[in-house]
Design a binder for this molecule. Structure first.
Ligand code: IPM
Ligand code: MG
Length: 367
C-alpha cells in the first residue's frame, strides 16, 4: 500500500518525537511491504518563524493532498504575547477545522509494566483502558463572538460556547460505534446542571443511544467525572465529551496512567486524519534528547489503523511498545528513584528492534 503522509514536526520536542515515529513507520513499511511517501512541512511556531503564518498555505495544501498527517506539537513561549491568530496554537486549530477533524480519539491505557508509574495505587490503575472521545471543532474553541474589548483597566473578554444538534450527534455516533467494539459502555460527560449546551448535549446523546441497544449509556457532570477518573479509572470505557472538557480530562487521564508522554491521539471525521501525541511541545526539555517518543510512536499505530485500516501493522507497533516497556526501558518521564532513563532515540531504536522481531514472528507463523 502507498502510505502518503505529511509530517508536521512543529515546535519544542515535536521534531524529536516525530523523528523517532517516522523511523518506526519506515521499519513497518519495510517489514510489511508498504511504500512510504513523506513530505515535511512547517506548522505552529516553526512556521511563524519561517513565514509569519502558523499554518502556511503550502502546509495546508500538502495535508489536503496526503492520506494522513503526523504532527509533533505546537506551542512556544516566544509567542505568548502575540494575538490569538498569530500564536502557534492557531495553526493547529485551523488545521483541525480545515481538515474537518471533528472526532478526537485519545486512548489512555495502563501498560502492565507501568503500573508503578502512576501516582495512584497500582491496584487502582491496573487494567485501566479508557477511550476518550473528544468533540474537536465546537464549543469554546471555535464559538463566535469572541473578543477582548474596551480600554485597559476595564476591558471585557468574551468567548462563546455553542453546540448544534448535528455536531453533537455525529460525535456521539463515533463514541457508540467505538463502544460496540470495546466493553459496550459510553459515559457522556457534561455540565447539564449549569449549561444549555450541556442540556442539549445530554438530550441528543440520549436520543442517539436508542440506535445502540447493546451499549450502556450513562451521564456524569464534568466535576464529578474528574473525581471518578482518579478514584476508579478502570470503570471507564468510552468517555464522550465536548471540546474543552475533553482537553482537560485527557491530560488528567495521562497523569492517571503514569505520564502524558504515553498518550496518542487521532483527529478524524474529515477527509484526512491528523495523528499527534497529546503531550504538547514541552519547551523546557526540547533539544535535550530526553523526550518520550512513545506518544508519537503510538500515534502512528492509530494512523495506520484509522486512515489505512492496517490493523496488523498498528497492533505490531502497540505490541512492540509493550514489549520494550516489559523489558524495562523507561524514558525520563517514567523513571522512578534511581532508575536509568532511556533517551528519545534509544527508545525509538528499541521499539524498531521489537517491531522487527514481532513482524518476523508473525511471518514465520503465517508461512
Ligand atoms: C491538545 C492541546 C491543544 C488543544 C492546544 C495546543 C491548542 O492542548 O491537543 O490537547 O487545546 O486542543
Ligand atoms: Mg490539551
Amino acid at each position: 500500500m502507498l502510505l502518503n503522509l505529511t509530517i508536521l514536526p512543529g515546535d519544542g520536542i515535536g521534531p524529536e518525537v516525530t523523528g523517532q515515529a517516522v523511523l518506526v513507520l519506515r521499519a513497518i513499511a519495510e517489514e510489511f511491504g508498504h511504500q512510504l511517501q513523506l513530505q515535511h512541512k512547517n506548522i505552529g511556531g516553526a512556521a511563524l518563524a519561517a513565514v509569519s503564518d502558523p499554518l502556511p498555505p503550502d502546509t495546508l495544501q500538502a495535508c489536503l493532498s496526503s492520506s494522513a498527517v503526523l504532527l509533533g506539537a505546537v506551542g512556544s513561549p516566544a509567542y505568548d504575547h502575540y494575538p490569538g491568530h498569530l500564536r502557534p496554537e492557531a495553526g493547529l486549530l485551523r488545521l483541525r477545522r480545515e481538515l474537518g477533524a471533528y472526532a478526537n480519539l485519545r486512548p489512555a491505557i495502563c501498560f502492565p509494566a507501568l503500573e508503578d508509574c502512576s501516582p495512584l495505587r497500582a491496584d487502582l490503575v491496573r487494567g485501566t483502558d479508557i477511550m476518550i472521545v473528544r468533540e474537536l471543532l465546537g464549543g469554546l474553541y471555535f464559538g463566535e463572538p469572541r473578543s477582548i474589548e474596551g480600554i485597559p483597566g476595564s476591558r471585557v473578554a468574551t468567548n462563546t460556547m455553542t453546540y448544534g444538534e448535528s455536531a453533537i450527534e455525529r460525535i456521539a455516533r463515533i463514541a457508540f460505534d467505538l463502544a460496540m467494539k470495546r466493553r459496550q459502555k459510553v459515559l457522556s460527560v457534561d455540565k447539564a446542571n449549569v449549561l444549555e449546551c450541556s442540556r442539549l448535549w445530554r438530550e441528543v446523546v440520549t436520543r442517539c443511544a436508542k440506535d445502540y441497544p447493546g451499549v450502556q449509556l450513562s451521564h456524569m457532570y464534568v466535576d464529578s467525572a474528574a473525581m471518578s477518573l482518579v478514584q476508579r479509572p478502570k470503570d471507564f470505557d468510552v468517555l464522550l465529551t465536548e471540546n474543552m472538557f475533553g482537553d482537560i480530562l485527557s491530560d488528567q487521564a495521562g497523569g492517571v496512567v503514569g505520564s502524558l508522554g504515553l498518550l496518542a491521539s487521532a483527529s478524524i471525521g474529515g477527509p484526512v486524519g491528523v495523528y499527534e501525541p497529546v503531550h504538547g511541545s514541552a519547551p523546557d526539555i526540547a533539544g535535550k534528547g530526553i523526550a518520550n517518543p512513545l506518544g508519537a510512536i503510538l500515534s502512528t499505530a492509530m494512523l495506520l489503523r484509522h486512515s489505512f485500516q492496517l490493523e496488523r501493522e498498528a497492533a505490531c507497533i502497540e505490541n512492540a511498545v509493550s514489549a520494550v516497556l516489559n523489558r524495562g526501558s523507561r524514558p525520563a518521564d517514567l523513571t522512578r528513584d534511581n532508575q536509568k532513563a532511556t533517551t528519545t532515540s534509544e527508545m525509538g531504536r528499541r521499539v524498531i528492534e521489537a517491531v522487527k522481531e514481532l513482524a518476523s514472528d508473525a511471518k514465520r507463523k503465517s508461512a
